[in-house]
Design a protein around this ligand. Structure first.
Ligand SMILES: [Zn+2]
Length: 501
């Protein structure tokens, strides 16, 4: 009898083993001596789809070179339909030469099919896009097939990949998200000071001050420590994502507050939104790929666990934040220029010393983790966009913004921006335009010539930062829109405000 049970258990173990073997990712099958190619990835996600009744694969769009972009949707019911569940979206490899995001995502997808992980879908509808940039991935290069950096494209949204992501986001209005990347700490500037960053996984969250303060604080104070502890318990080192430096040469800050990247473009809609940056290999390809992929998967898994354990809290926080965007306080200010500031403390940064080849700590005195506004505007009712301006009209369509015909009203005032001169300013070590602007009330412009873009929408805070001519994150800071800003002339967009009583 005992022998029979033993045999049965062995047979069971073998069958589970075969199943698990079938679910090995393409890179895993080569023992991570090769990255998963686009064709292998396509086959693999279809295999996963067939193997599971709670996973369905959706093609959300195509890349510039017409490769499919896949979203793997995990749900115990009908995806996106159960209001009690939290909707979570992770996406990886916007940068094609950051292969471990994709490999970690594929490992995660395979592991989520295991029965012991099913509990996650009692509370989560989870969508995973393992590869945002298949064109770049095939060539192991950063940019897509149109030579565009996708993670700087979420404001102007000219690329099919970013358009597909946002269409997919808009369809379900995900409440939590993570954008998965790799960082490369091997630069010469760092080598010269004798050390480099060495955390296997780094995490960043929304830093734009217009994102709900509650979401930003909760991310920093609760989510980060949880995921870092989770990584540590699985044997991986982690730290806060902090670009800049090296110490003594330039300041170290938290990641950009620009809303043109994946994380902030969703975050500005008051999404609980993160970026994860695993450490790349020195060859930015397969060096150490198995560990890189496993650490990325573990960080993603940690974030899933956090959202699972805190799903109601996150859901209500996001709902509150979004309610404020949909019925905004008109007298409130919105920041259009910010900067990074010190909190009075130095940073103890874990690094690898090149001289001893061991981990050590350096004290970073010029550490600026606080983002503060340096220029605000009062929130308007909305903006008037000239119908004759094809680029702006195209942009409001690409962003799927709500807009209406313009109907002049005696209850509103209309303001024009006069561009007196164009100065420049430092924005995270880039030099950008900083116009001197005078805002003057004007008579109501002709109704037929404009459309009205109201601020009362989920992207309201994005719209203000895009259209104000003095915004350091604005459309005018992009080459294709720079001509809208001319010294000694009027700006084509107008502000609409409530008439003062
Ligand atoms: Zn990246």
């Amino acid at each position: 009898m005992r022998k029979a049970i033993y045999l049965l258990l062995t047979a069971l173990a073998i069958s589970i083993n075969i199943q698990a073997q079938e679910l090995k990712t393409p890179a895993e099958q080569t023992n991570f001596q090769k990255v998963s190619s686009y064709t292998e990835l396509s086959d693999f996600v279809m295999q996963l789809d067939k193997a599971s009744d709670f996973l369905s694969v959706e093609v959300i769009g195509q890349s510039a070179e017409k490769r499919n972009l896949y979203a793997l949707k995990f749900s115990s019911t009908v995806f996106g339909k159960d209001p009690s569940k939290i909707k979570v979206l992770f996406f990886a490899q916007q940068h094609g030469n950051e292969q471990s995001g994709k490999e970690g995502a594929l490992l995660l997808a395979a592991s989520l099919l295991k029965p012991e992980n099913r509990y996650l879908f009692d509370r989560i509808d989870f969508a995973l896009i393992p590869q945002m940039n298949p064109d770049g991935a095939e060539a192991n290069k950063r940019r897509n097939g149109n030579d565009a950096d996708l993670n700087r494209n979420h404001m102007i949204m000219t690329e099919p990949e970013t358009q597909a992501l946002h269409k997919f986001f808009d369809k379900y209005l995900f409440e939590a998200s993570m954008d998965v990347h790799e960082y490369s700490p091997y630069g010469e500037e760092w080598a010269e000071v004798g050390y480099r960053k060495n955390a296997q996984v780094t995490l960043g969250t929304t830093t734009n001050v217009n994102v709900s303060q509650e979401i930003r604080e909760y991310s920093n104070l609760e989510a980060f420590p949880f995921v870092m502890e989770f990584l540590k318990n699985h044997g991986y080192s982690s730290f806060v994502y902090c670009p800049g430096g090296p110490p003594g040469v330039d300041y170290i800050r938290h990641s950009t507050f620009d809303i043109n990247d994946g994380r902030q473009s969703l975050g500005i809609q008051n999404t609980f939104s993160f970026i994860q940056e695993g450490m790349n290999g020195t060859d930015t390809y397969i060096e150490n790929l198995s560990v890189r992929a496993a650490s990325q998967m573990t960080g993603m898994r940690g974030m899933l666990e956090f959202t699972y354990s805190n799903s109601s809290k996150i859901k209500s926080m996001v709902a509150d934040g979004r309610k404020k965007l949909l019925s905004p306080a008109i007298k409130e200010n919105v920041s259009i220029q910010s900067d990074h500031f010190s909190n009075g403390k130095s940073l103890l940064l874990p690094v690898l010393s090149y001289s001893t080849n061991s981990d050590t700590i350096v004290e970073v005195k010029d550490y600026r983790p606080v983002v503060k506004s340096i220029l605000d505007v009062e929130r308007p009712l909305g903006y008037l966009i000239p119908r004759s301006n094809a680029e702006l009209m195209n942009w409001i369509n690409l962003q799927s913004l709500t807009f209406t015909d313009f109907k002049p009203s005696g209850k509103q005032t209309y303001k024009r921006y006069f561009i007196n001169s164009i100065d420049s300013m430092d924005f995270e070590r880039d030099i950008i335009v900083n116009p001197k602007v005078e805002v003057r009330e004007v008579k109501s412009p002709a109704a037929s010539e404009y459309v009205f873009v109201p601020i009362k929408q989920l992207k309201g805070n994005m719209i203000i930062q895009a259209l104000e001519p003095q915004s350091e994150l604005g459309l005018v800071t992009y080459k294709s829109f720079a001509h809208l800003l001319k010294s000694d002339s009027v700006f084509p967009v107008l502000r609409v405000e409530n008439k003062a009583k």
